[in-house]
Write a protein that binds this ligand. Sequence first.
Ligand SMILES: Cc1cc2nc3c(=O)[nH]c(=O)nc-3n(C[C@H](O)[C@H](O)[C@H](O)COP(=O)(O)OP(=O)(O)OC[C@H]3O[C@@H](n4cnc5c(N)ncnc54)[C@H](O)[C@@H]3O)c2cc1C
Length: 305
Amino acid sequence: MKALLIGEFRQGKLLDSTYELQAFAGQLGVESAMVLVGSEAQAPKFEGKLYLADVARYGEYNPDLHKKLVLEAVAKENPDYIIFVHSSYGWDLAPRVAAALKAGQVSEVVAIVDGKFEVTCCNAKMRRSVAPKSARTVVTIQAGAFSIQGEPQGIPQLEKLEVAESTGRVEFVGYEAAEQKDVDLTRAEVIVSAGRGVGKKDNVPVIAALAKALGGELGASRPVVDAGWIPHSHQVGTTGQTVNPKLYVACGISGAIQHLAGMKKADFIVAINKDKDAPIGEIADVLVVADVMQFVPAFTARCAR
Ligand SMILES: Cc1cc2nc3c(=O)[nH]c(=O)nc-3n(C[C@H](O)[C@H](O)[C@H](O)COP(=O)(O)OP(=O)(O)OC[C@H]3O[C@@H](n4cnc5c(N)ncnc54)[C@H](O)[C@@H]3O)c2cc1C
């Protein structure tokens, strides 16, 4: 079995998630080749064939052109799986490729169990197990769900994909800076985040007080933001910010993959949860099994001494 991995650049930088594609292919136990639209100087570490197309003159993303390039590599490699990251790039390009190939598509895979793909459903509260019947399958993987062990290795065998002089019907105009936020969590060294376990909006100041006592910023999980308790600029996760603090304190947060994707690179993780089996315990350096509204005020008082 063979997989074609579709790597990704954003604003000229290779995304780390490109290595997650390799981790996924490794778990799937398939041989892999990669396609990357970018220059040779930006090639990732990779053991295998890397198809490169330098089409910067058409902008960073051009759907028609990128589809053609992927299809060209598919024709050369004849892969069983074509694998994208479930990013805005993957959301846009994967279905175009699947439709062109009349292939099946499985979106947002978070795990492989007994050879089947697991995808989340019911707002990520449950998982479905999916076994595609199609001869060829396009897959998108949830960012953060698959991690490569150790440093990426290998020198790829480069092959250039030639590009027809056509830009297609869509023109890449550029990136627009997001609106100015009241907080930049990406620079914070300490983040204390509130999850649904804090119970109600009135309890948020208790978590904010701990963030302040530790000289950090207040973060949040998505349900807390959706409920309007904390603004979206504080949300950590796939649809919030990806953070890299020295200390991350998760208060009443279960540890859903979408949250972990945004914070699992923190140097040290403390989780406070009344459930000793909460999934966050699997990545936390310290799991405090306690009621968050009892523990946090006492801890804050101790920090403030
Ligand atoms: C497409 C998509 C994108 C998403 N993007 C994001 C994202 O960017 N960020 C994000 O966070 N989520 C995101 N989610 C939602 C995600 O799947 C989870 O639903 C969410 O992270 C759960 O938030 P939570 O841990 O605060 O709540 P819950 O999962 O409800 O967990 C609450 C936790 O609090 C604990 N608890 C309850 N009461 C107490 C108490 N008194 N003391 C201590 N512990 C207590 C419980 O044991 C539980 O572990 C996304 C989902 C989808 C489908």
